[in-house]
Design a binder for this molecule. Sequence first.
Ligand code: B12
Length: 446
Amino acid sequence: MKLGMIAMSGLRAHNEELTRLGLTLPGFIERNKTIASLPSLGLLTLAGLTPKNIDVDYVEIEDICDLDSLPGAYDAVAISSFSAQIKEAYVLADRFRSEGVTVILGGLHVTARHEEALQHADIVVIGEGEPVWPELLRDLIDGRPQRIYDSRGTPFNLGSSPMPRFELLDVDRYNRLTVQTQRGCPFNCEFCAASIRLSPIYRVKPVDRVIAEIRRIKEIWPKPFIEFADDNTFVNRKHSKRLLRALIPENVRWFTETDISVARDDELLSLMRDSGCAQVLVGLESPTVTGLRGVEQKSDWKAKQFDSYLSAIDRIQSHGISVNGCFVLGLDGTGVESFEQVRDFVRESGLYEVQITIQTAFPGTPLYDRLQREGRLLDETAWELCTLFDVNFRPDRMTVEELEKNFVWLAKQLYSEQSSQNRKRAFYRKLHESMRQTQAHTGGAS
Ligand code: B12
């Protein structure tokens, strides 16, 4: 059997002005270049669980305009899905099916809207792929596949993770590769559309498996930059410290997503630095406590962290680890004043890097369900707007146009050459200062 694993690749935005800006603003260009080329770790992982007698191809499709030059001769294709590109994925799926190819759809969007996906697929997978993939392939080979495989209810044990088939990649296309060290998150942010929507349980991958994946990558790319495709990496501190100690001799540079509480653990921060951490991405979400209220739904955890934001950023960056602070615009309770507030907070905080996105109601999230109940979704199935840069709902304290217009204004403020340079200079100035102080302190003590 010949199986094509098809990833939709690239970044997307519908707002024309933003797309134009994305092509011209230095800060945007830099970030886009950095991340735009990441492969689909989900598909590479499932490829790793596929028996050797099945011939597997990994293909990335950026543009579905050219359907005539589709890769061909597959018996089946497995297509991955995010909401932003699902309509393109459906066009692709319909085309493959019209040629008699069996289409399997899975991933985050399909998990949230499997009935919709069934109209374009022979088989859909709901939830994590690993628990059902071997059975699905067996059924497929036997010619008796089910229409739906649902893995919810059996959270995958990451100790049994297969080795992702990184060797299927043309590594020259990428400037970093992803490795996943955990799934899930102890928090439940209303807008979160990441892996807690596949399975909510927080789990870690055993240290030796993470290291094995990094070593496999090093076989095809001796000095890689690794992005951990995690939701919140350092929640389990004991495990994290073991992982970081094991990473030190691997001599790689890496980036990950975490929460602000890492600032409270100096040992953790030192281990992060010593093991090659270049940057952490932290969801600060709002520069005001009003914006943060209600975001985290279990205990309003994010609102409770607000008072420590500035000192925490300072502490993390004083270890030589830059913070990429993420802000969500259009949160309930925030109005047009929030754009200047973000700009001012970024300046005051000394953040090295900043990421702004528009609050997005992704299907399957509590946010989507609430806004639907409140009649605030602009179009309930405009999935192409689920880019994090387009507006798909009516904000409560500004108009849609005000959100769009001010977002562009803020992007210009934050991503100009000058602002990006200023942030970097401030970061290094402060870092040198704190290193000098530490040296003076230890010198004085000895
Ligand atoms: C790495 C990453 C990327 C990479 C790589 C994307 C890719 N092709 O996989 C890049 C930079 C290209 C990217 C781009 C975008 N991303 Co992105 N990305 C991530 C990130 C950080 C990690 C994803 C990951 O690797 N997870 C690990 C793997 C193992 O999990 P997985 O892919 O879900 O796969 C598992 C299951 O879903 C399932 N599965 C997946 N596919 C399939 C297919 C089949 C057939 C089967 C059976 C099973 C199956 O099995 C897998 C194993 O269990 C997440 C955030 C996060 N922390 O998770 C955001 C995230 C996935 N991205 C997001 C978004 C919005 C985007 C963009 C729209 C941004 C933009 N404006 O362009 C684009 C869309 C890209 C596209 N072409 O559609 C959202 C998606 C939300 C949603 N529900 O749609 C997330 C959750 C971030 C967020 N803030 O909400 N992204």
